[in-house]
Structure formats: structure tokens, C-alpha cells
Design a protein around this ligand. Structure first.
Ligand code: FES
Length: 116
């Protein structure tokens, strides 16, 4: 299986799929940080930092296609990154994801820094 190029982004192996707990997030060591989420066997990747007050969304609760920030309970849509509940009003960035042979790959903007 090949991974199609996306202009301005680079596909990077994020983690093994089974390293991501169902209904929870796994924060990756990128800059800015991103997090991989799995719900109902679907995989998502979002910027990890809540746009309300810079808290890690990987620490949040995942249900009904959204992640809830544990600090002040804002909710973000896992597909679009749109805020679904205050106090957040600014979306988080979402990133394309693919699973190849049991590994999760994410297409991050080229400006994001990763440890190689
Ligand atoms: S830091 Fe996430 S809701 Fe406030």
C-alpha cells in the first residue's frame, strides 16, 4: 500500500495502532504537539493543545466523535477540529491519518518539527 503525497505535508509514522488506547489519546513528540485518537476503530490526528488555555487534549475524554478537554470541558470534533462546546471558540488543526500494516501514519505540515 502506498501513501499519497499531500502538498505542504509529509507523512510520518506516528505509532503502532495498538499503542493508542481505544477512546483515549496518544500525544506525539512533535512541535507543536499532535495527538492520535482512536474511537470505534477510526483513527484521528489533531493538534494536541486545547485552543482555550494550552492544555493537552490527549489527556481528555473521547466519546461520540469528540474529545473533551479535562481542564475546562471544552469539546472538539475529532473529524473537523471545530469547537463543539465553550469555553473554546477556536478550532484545533486536524491532520490526515492512514493505517498501514498496523502502523499509524500522519501527514503533518512541513513546518511541524519531529524527532527523527
Ligand atoms: S484549557 Fe481546554 S477548555 Fe480550558
Amino acid at each position: 500500500m502506498t501513501i499519497d503525497d499531500i502538498e505542504g505535508r509529509t507523512w510520518r509514522r506516528a505509532c503502532a495502532l495498538d499503542a493508542v488506547p481505544e477512546d483515549e489519546g496518544l500525544r506525539l513528540g512533535t512541535l507543536p504537539p499532535v495527538a492520535v485518537f482512536v474511537q470505534d476503530e477510526e483513527v484521528f490526528c489533531l493538534d494536541d493543545t486545547c485552543t482555550h488555555d494550552t492544555y493537552s487534549l490527549a489527556e481528555g475524554w473521547v466519546e461520540d466523535g469528540a474529545v473533551e478537554c479535562t481542564l475546562h470541558l471544552a469539546k472538539f470534533d475529532l473529524r473537523t477540529g471545530m469547537p463543539l462546546r465553550p469555553p473554546a471558540s477556536v478550532p484545533v488543526a486536524v491532520h490526515p491519518v492512514k493505517v498501514v500494516d498496523g502502523d499509524v501514519y500522519v501527514a503533518l505540515p512541513n513546518a511541524y518539527l519531529t524527532k527523527e
